[in-house]
Design a protein around this ligand. Structure first.
Ligand SMILES: [Zn+2]
Length: 126
């Protein structure tokens, strides 16, 4: 497995993309600023990208959910279910995916810039 794949898989598993360490979240919606194992900065520069990723995933899940409900129930579409279920999905999905979007985007950033280590030096780790 390449280093890039390892970094991305660590992010998907909510592990530090740099070292694979855990304990990166104080709770579901609050990520630590730095990895407790290696000091890699998790906060710098990933907010917009992570939020965009979260929004795209939520929209995709909504689209697939509506398509499945409409496809399975055609021609008697349950409009009341869609009326209440779609907004509920748009609230719940981003909350459930939030930590994954954060860590996946940190992993994307590290995979795209594997030699950029200035954050470790700033925190005195290397
Ligand atoms: Zn780490």
């Amino acid at each position: 497995m390449t280093r890039r794949n390892t970094v991305l898989l660590r992010g998907i598993r909510l592990r530090c993309p740099h070292c694979g360490g855990g304990g990166l979240f104080r709770h579901w919606l609050q990520m630590a600023d730095n990895c407790p194992s290696c000091g890699y900065s998790l906060a710098a520069g990933n907010r917009v990208g992570a939020n965009l990723l979260n929004l795209v995933v939520a929209e995709f899940v909504l689209f697939v959910g509506i398509a499945v409900v409409v496809g399975k129930s055609w021609p008697d579409i349950p409009w009341t279910l869609l009326q209440w279920g779609a907004p509920a999905m748009m609230v719940v999905t981003p909350l459930l995916f939030y930590p994954f979007s954060k860590m996946i985007f940190v992993a994307f950033d590290l995979a795209a810039h594997p030699d950029a280590q200035p954050d470790l030096k700033v925190h005195g780790v290397e």
